[in-house]
Every structure is written in structure tokens, then in C-alpha cells.
Design a protein around this ligand. Sequence first.
Ligand code: SIN
Length: 307
Amino acid sequence: MGVAVDLRTTVGSVDLAAPVMTASGTAGHGDELAAYVDLSTIGAVVVKSLGSTPWAGNPAPRVHPTPSGMINSVGLQGPGVAAWREHELPAVLATGATVVASIWGRHVEDFGAAAEQLAGVDERVVAVEVNLSCPNLDGGAHLFAHDPDATAAALRAASAAGLPMWAKLSSNTDRVVQIAAAAQAAGAEAVTVANTLMGMVIDVDARRPLLGGGGGGVSGPAIHPMAVRTVYDVHAALPDLPIVGVGGVVDGRSAVELLLAGASAVQVGTASFADPRSVRLVLEGVETWCSRAGVSRVRDLIGGAHG
Ligand code: SIN
């Protein structure tokens, strides 16, 4: 028999009952997973990124399987913050979930506009993840997370929400540590590391890119080692900056890997498309792993792989 495990963790000023949440873009804008998971039992539901206005996203096809994962070019389809607050947020709050909002923009002022619409939101929305790293907008033309100044400017605008900010970064740059530092200096309480890796699938019969958006973002187990490395590097350089780890988490062990690399909590994304119960199963896997390993407080794992 193993030890009892305290699953609580904190990300900056945000206390979470458990270290496993949904990843933005993989659990809808509301209560879509509620039929499969008691959303009140996971760390948080992180909603798909929302703009300041409704947005239709990219042309189909938008998703395609890849070896050990998938590629997407959804293009940030969504109803916009105001409609989400009115029509979708109440349903997810009714599940008892802790909610993390997410916003995107093409330009700095778009982040400000989306953030202003979030101001004064229900207190169960505990943070806003600022998506600086979607590779699917205009072919990757708005990757704020590839530049420290652009990252800082978007975050300063996003502070209008008045919520703790988590900056969602990109592994598609060799400057991720510099950019994480810029995010912290601009007011981010934490960084989410990281978004999808840029990729492409060619339809060899058509001799054209397969996805409607051209390129896309690769996710799933194929990118897990890259996520672990990026989290490890950011934690090594900036040990006081809380990290939310994301990338190819499929079970307790892969989640624990990210915690040991330096993450304070993890997100489950692509696995939910294969099994919508995944976020809960990963959380149970973390608890089982800790219990068997004699780890009584999950937060004691954070950064444990560093010497
Ligand atoms: C998308 O909607 O294209 C994916 C979102 C993202 O990668 O941030």
C-alpha cells in the first residue's frame, strides 16, 4: 500500500487542487468534456483561446494524424470573449470547474481588447493564459513568442484583464529562455511551455500541403521530449518563474517527467482527442505514481530532476 498524496499545487498566485489541467484548444470553450470527466476534480479547465471578436478560423481540413501525434491548423476559431462569457462560461462554471481563460490577438491592441472584455469576470476564472504562440494565424505571421519585445508588449496589453497572466510560449525558437524572462518582466506570473511545434503534411497525390491552412502545429507524444527539454531549460535559467508544462502528456509518468523538469502543473491536450477521459486518467496516474514512490506531496516533485 502506498502513501496518501496531497495533489495541491500553486502556479504563481493561483492555488490549484490538482496539478493536471486541460490544454487550451483541446477541451472546447465550455463544458464539452463534462460528459466524460468530473471537471471539478481536475486542476483547471483551460478554454480554447478567444479573440476580441468572433473568428471563423482556417479552412478545412484542420486536423490530421501524424506519427505519435497529430497536426492542426484550426486557426483559433471561436466566439470571442464577450459571447463566451455570456453563452459558454456559465455552463463550465456550473460543473464546479476552476477555469483558466485564454486570449489571442494578431496585433498588440487585439490582446488589450480581448483582455478588457475579460475584466471583472467571475472569480472562478483564476487566470488568463495569453496565447503568444499559435503557428496557424496567417501562416505563422503573428508569433509573438518568437520575440521578447513582442511578447512583453502583448502581455502589457493583456494585463487589462486584471487576472494573473500565464504566457503561452513556443518551442519553435532558440530564444525561449530570453522570451520567458521578458514575459516575467512584463508581468506574467507563469509561462506555459509550450505550444505545438511547427510542421506540415503534404498530400502526395494532390502534391499540395494537406491542411487547409498550409502548415500546422504538431502535438502529442512525438513532441514530449522537446517539451521536457524546454521546461527543463527554462526552469534551470529562471528557477523562480512558475511553469505550466504541456506537450505529449499521456499518462502519470509523462506528467511526472514534466514536473521533475520544473513544471508546477501540467496540461493534457492531444490525448483527450483519443480518449476524452484522459485529463482525469493522467491525474489518477500521477497520484498512483506518487503513492507508490512514497511522494506524499506532489509539489515536492517540481524541479526534482535538477541536481
Ligand atoms: C489553432 O487554433 O490553430 C491552434 C491554437 C494554437 O496553436 O495556439
